[in-house]
Design a protein around this ligand. Structure first.
Ligand code: KIV
Ligand code: ZN
Length: 405
């Protein structure tokens, strides 16, 4: 790691909100992995890191090296392996943490040290036992120390959304002066709303000294189900980095879901006027890889990557889809790496979808025969949740639905 080498994806000039690119900072392997049930060993982390680089994330938070020898080794290995993506290591504002993070990143092609310190009154009093001036001094001293190792230093004001805005301005202004190039305002406890997010980011960008020298970043948790909406609100108010995880995994209710943020920016591009470096066709494979390495499935109805995201069962929707896919889909499944839309046959399905599927299976019927098959199909669908092609073959051959297993 060279302190003079500024990562081209994150140099300070990129802080201007007029810039049309949003950096994707992936923290699946750090904040995501911290959640119960999602821990990953070194091999799994390396495999995910390679997939995330191929996906096109700008910054990959590989871990918290001071947390354990295995976390250190994982960060070191990922740092040595990735070529294009900036590899980031988390550190508290403590000398030991900073030195350990720097050592873990020593062989990185592009390295970032990510420092965090709580700024909210609740955390200052009950967690840190520090005054405002102690927080300020500690943040500055830590940023200066980290800058000796890397030109790319991010500072996070933990619990920023419950911090007095004028104190946050003071801390961020001092952080820029000390050399931080990314300023992150996390909604650590998932408490805020989109309107408050817009208000805070607008205020920060207006009042922080030399704000144009840093990239403003959002890091949202999903305790009230608003992490993605809050991240997008921050972006609309000038944030140019969002911190997120694949499948939205993370502490408690999780972090903002990467795939949802990226697709919202893509599908609503005329609204946001912003782009990312993500190859969206890799979203679904990356999501699946994570479910394999953690053993944790995503809910069927999960936005973008859930099994139902591009599946239609109701007859009215299927009829619409057969006429024009835009009737009930706002994105193409292929754009997120899913092969095709599925018209699932079940008790809500109609004649059109049944006829189409039977024709695909090589069975064509006149209206009268189709009517009989449709009646028997409905009887079968009432007692069977998933109608498979074998069931349809049996129906087409005139077998009794009650005899079909
Ligand atoms: O949620 C949070 O505040 C964090 C920080 C370490 C950035 O994860
Ligand atoms: Zn977090």
């Amino acid at each position: 790691m060279n302190p003079e080498t500024v990562n081209p994806t994150d140099h300070a000039e990129g802080g201007d909100s007029a810039e049309d690119r949003v950096r994707i900072f992936d923290t699946t392997l750090r904040d995501g992995e911290q959640a119960p049930g999602f821990s990953m060993d070194r091999r799994a982390k390396l495999c995910m890191a390679q997939a995330l680089e191929t996906l096109g994330v700008d910054v990959l938070e590989a871990g918290f090296p001071q947390a354990s020898p295995d976390d250190f080794a994982a960060v070191d290995e990922i740092a040595r392996t990735l070529r294009n993506t900036t590899v980031c290591a988390l550190a508290r504002c403590q000398n030991g943490d900073i030195d350990t993070a720097a050592r873990a990143l020593e062989r990185a092609h592009h390295a970032r040290i990510h420092l965090f310190l709580s700024t909210s009154p609740l955390h200052r009093e009950h967690k840190l036992g520090m005054s405002k001036s102690q927080v300020l001094e500690t943040a500055v001293a830590s940023i200066e120390r980290a800058r000796k190792y890397s030109a790319d230093v991010e500072f996070s004001a933990e619990d920023a959304l419950r911090t007095e805005p004028d104190f946050l301005v003071e801390v961020f202004s001092a952080a820029i002066a000390a050399g931080a190039t990314t300023l992150n305002a996390p909604d650590t406890v998932g408490y805020t709303t989109p309107a408050e997010m817009v208000e805070l980011f607008t205020y920060l960008r207006k009042h922080v000294r030399d704000a144009h020298k840093a990239v403003f970043s959002a890091h949202c948790h999903d305790d009230l189900g608003m992490a993605v909406a809050n991240s997008l609100a921050a972006v609309s108010a000038g944030a140019r980095q969002v911190e997120c995880t694949i499948n939205g995994i993370g502490e408690r209710a999780g972090n903002a879901a990467l795939e949802e943020i990226v697709m919202a920016l893509k599908v609503r591009a005329p609204h946001f006027g912003l782009r990312t470096n993500i190859d969206t066709r890799k979203l679904y494979p990356t999501s699946r890889l994570l479910t394999q390495v953690t053993g944790q499935a995503v809910p069927r109805n999960k936005a973008v990557v859930g099994e139902n995201a591009f599946a239609h069962e109701s007859g009215i929707h299927q009829h619409g889809m057969l006429k024009h896919r835009g009737t009930y889909e706002i994105m193409r499944p292929q754009d997120v790496g899913i092969a095709e839309t599925t018209l699932v046959l079940g008790k809500h399905s109609g004649r059109h979808a049944l006829r189409q599927r039977l024709e695909t299976l090589g069975h064509t019927f006149d209206e009268a025969a189709m009517e009989g098959i449709f009646k028997r199909f409905k009887t079968l669908a009432d007692r069977k949740r998933d109608i498979r092609d074998e069931d349809l073959e049996a129906l087409a051959l005139g077998q009794d639905p009650d005899a079909i297993g």
